[in-house]
Design a protein around this ligand. Structure first.
Ligand code: G6D
Length: 336
């Protein structure tokens, strides 16, 4: 296949680089409060590096984002076996997941904005997943500084689908700082407790009086340094599924030095907040070496834990249904 790069510019200072490979968002250039335009996401300068990327930088994740326990699930008395690509479990669609395919891609343009439409088809049984699945994802950047991610999928046989984008944000600009001072606000009152394998234990915990309460806004470093066993369990930080308390769900993130802020609105039922606790100094990124706490992911999605635990919203897509999810990231600048 052929690699292509699309550069979306909205005439208001925002520029987004998208690859057809993995649907990767490679770069997002955004002005700070002084008008200085810098990159606010983690990405590789060399496109080839995405082929061996262990971090899923900026990529589209699917058919199922997150971990499937034991790399198998049951449906209608049938057991479906998937690739064990992380210990005993299946992570982010396996080694042939949507982050590792070349998507069909075409540019979009109207007076309001610009975008790229990505399409991919999966054959029944590929990577162990049932159903011929057709997926369309649109990245759309408008003049109001909104980046819309629009996901659609259909199948001819019941199959699990939950899609997300794995962009690591760092609003300090050009990787000047870790994300410890990023202040996150989110309307979620419950989150899923994890075990050592980062799989949900089945217990749903209240965020109240813990570093998981983002209701009034809190800096991510509270979770890096705090003693809460769930922060410690995931390597000092966050790697947890939060259930939104409203529909649409709402999240915001702000970095005071640069004045950059993002508001996230989604019709997904929840989100994994991941603070790159597992990231090591082993990859050269655009702007410097990868390292712990260098980026934060807002992985809006449904949780695959639902395949084994019905208290989570289902990820099963049935024949004749249309999977339709949207997440909007709007960029703002707060002047002092
Ligand atoms: C994810 O939740 C997971 C992390 O545990 C993983 O390390 C990362 O993707 C690569 O969001």
């Amino acid at each position: 296949g052929k690699w292509k790069k699309f550069i979306l510019q909205n005439g208001e200072g925002i520029e987004i680089h998208v690859l057809n490979y993995g649907g990767v968002i490679q770069k997002i250039m955004v002005p700070d409060r002084f008008g200085k335009v810098e990159n606010v996401v983690l990405g590789y300068e060399k496109e080839k590096d995405y082929e061996t990327d262990p971090y899923y930088l900026g990529a589209l994740i699917g058919p199922v984002a997150g971990r499937i326990q034991g790399a198998e699930f049951q449906w209608n008395d049938q057991t479906f076996k998937l690739e064990k690509n992380e210990g005993n479990n299946h992570l982010h669609g396996g080694s042939q997941g949507f982050h590792q395919v070349i998507w069909e891609a075409e540019p979009l343009q109207t007076p309001e904005g610009v975008g790229v439409k990505l399409c991919h088809e999966r054959k029944d049984g590929e990577s162990g997943y049932p159903g011929n699945i057709k997926v369309t994802v649109i990245y759309w950047l408008n003049r109001k500084n909104e980046l819309l991610m629009d996901y659609q999928a259909v199948t001819d046989r019941t199959t699990p689908v939950t899609l997300t984008n794995h962009t690591y944000f760092n609003l300090s600009g050009n990787l000047k700082d870790t994300v410890g001072n990023h202040r996150v606000r989110m309307n979620a009152s419950r989150f899923a407790e994890l075990d050592e394998a980062l799989l949900p234990t089945g217990r749903i915990l209240s965020v109240r009086h813990t570093p998981f309460d983002f209701g009034q806004g809190r800096k991510l470093k509270d979770g890096f340094t705090g003693s809460h066993p769930q922060n410690r369990m995931v390597g000092g930080g966050y790697d947890h599924y939060f259930f939104f308390a409203s529909n649409p769900g709402f999240v915001s993130v702000e970095e005071a030095e640069s004045g950059r802020m993002i508001e996230i609105v989604t019709n997904q039922p929840g989100m994994v907040l991941y603070t790159s606790n597992q990231m090591k100094k082993d990859r050269m990124l655009a702007g410097g070496w990868s390292k712990k706490y260098l980026g934060v992911c807002f992985e809006t999605q449904a949780s695959p834990a639902s395949l084994h635990d019905q208290r989570f919203p289902s990820v099963l897509l049935k024949r004749d249904e249309v999977y339709r999810k949207k997440t909007v990231f709007s960029f703002h600048i707060r002047k002092r």
